[in-house]
Design a protein around this ligand. Structure first.
Ligand SMILES: [Zn+2]
Ligand SMILES: [Zn+2]
Length: 312
């Protein structure tokens, strides 16, 4: 198997592009592809100050690294869920990247902010830990953007994440979510613009990019994340992909076209009122996050730690 660009021994096969590439040419190819997505869908401009949501996993750390390589100004935001070993290791990995890029890392500590852990809080609220965690993450990341003046929040969601979520929504005809997942959600009413530069890149490509750039990431997924169904949908789509390469990309590209026609911003769109505490869009008198803080918060303020790496 030879690299399609230089003819040397290929390191990675990319059947979805009918191609195989050596390490160096893969890195160039991947960066060009992401850069193409950023331009095509208007995700970021040179004037933007971006925050990358980093978990310590391969996708988010690769994204942070890549945005820096492309010359975008991007700092990191990390949410410490207080899940012992997992959170400790992921914080170490995100700090390593902050040091490597000489970029700031903001972090929010769940256990400092709340009197209960994720698991206990989820049980009391009668919600799955993942969904509660999602509410908190969305809020806190947006809050970091507005508090510190960042115009865009970038997340590492990849092709496999998006395609499996879309398949799940379609199988159950969850129309309330169906047209609300995009590669970009524009800023609106106190909510920062949100972008997913890896939307059209597979998990495998992001992992290869991390490996080839010596990015040290945490292999484990969050112990509460990834329901059995998500894993099932991912493996189903991979089986289809094996037989018919590029199906996942076609699935998402077709979706983007139709979603654009449906024209919709996001989940927040229906939240017409404003939270009486923080002013963000909200269904009720207080937004979900402020309700949680009022009930279980250990203090009134949302506080971030700012890690500033020393100069090179
Ligand atoms: Zn090559
Ligand atoms: Zn609020």
């Amino acid at each position: 198997m030879k690299c399609r660009v230089c003819g040397a021994q290929a390191n990675i096969r990319l059947p979805q592009y009918n191609s195989a590439l050596c390490a160096g040419d893969f890195i160039a190819f991947f960066e060009k592809r992401v850069s193409g997505t950023i331009t095509k869908y208007g995700l970021l401009s040179e004037q933007d100050r971006a925050l990358v949501a980093v978990s310590g996993g391969k996708d988010s750390l690769s994204l942070w690294h890549l945005l820096d390589r492309l010359g975008f100004s991007a700092d990191g935001i990390y949410i410490d869920l207080g899940i012992k070993e997992y959170s400790h290791i992921s914080l170490v990995k995100t700090r390593q990247m902050a040091d490597r890029l000489h970029r700031r890392l903001y972090s929010f500590s769940f256990s400092e902010a709340f009197s209960k852990g994720v698991k206990e809080l989820a049980r009391m609220m009668k919600r799955p830990p993942c969904s509660l965690c999602g509410t908190i993450k969305r809020y806190v990341m947006n809050r970091a953007c507005t508090d510190y003046g960042y115009s865009v929040l970038a997340t590492g969601h990849n092709l496999d994440d998006e395609a499996s979520a879309l398949l799940g929504n379609m199988l159950h005809w969850k129309e309330e979510y169906l047209w609300k997942k995009g590669v970009v959600l524009e800023a609106e009413r106190g909510l920062a613009k949100k972008v997913k530069p890896f939307f059209l890149c597979s998990e495998k490509e992001a992992a290869a990019y991390a490996l080839l750039n010596n990015i040290d990431y945490i292999y484990d997924e969050c112990p509460y994340s990834l329901g059995a169904k998500t894993l099932l949908y991912k493996s189903l789509l991979n089986r289809v992909e094996d037989v018919s390469p590029a199906t996942k990309i076609a699935f998402l590209k077709g979706y983007l076209k139709r979603a654009k026609a449906e024209g919709s911003r996001g989940q927040e769109q229906e939240e017409k009122g404003s939270c009486s505490v923080c002013g963000y869009p909200s269904y009720g008198e207080q937004c979900n996050f402020c309700r949680l803080m009022t009930k279980f918060g250990s203090g009134p303020a949302v506080r971030f730690d700012v890690y500033v790496p020393s100069e090179p």
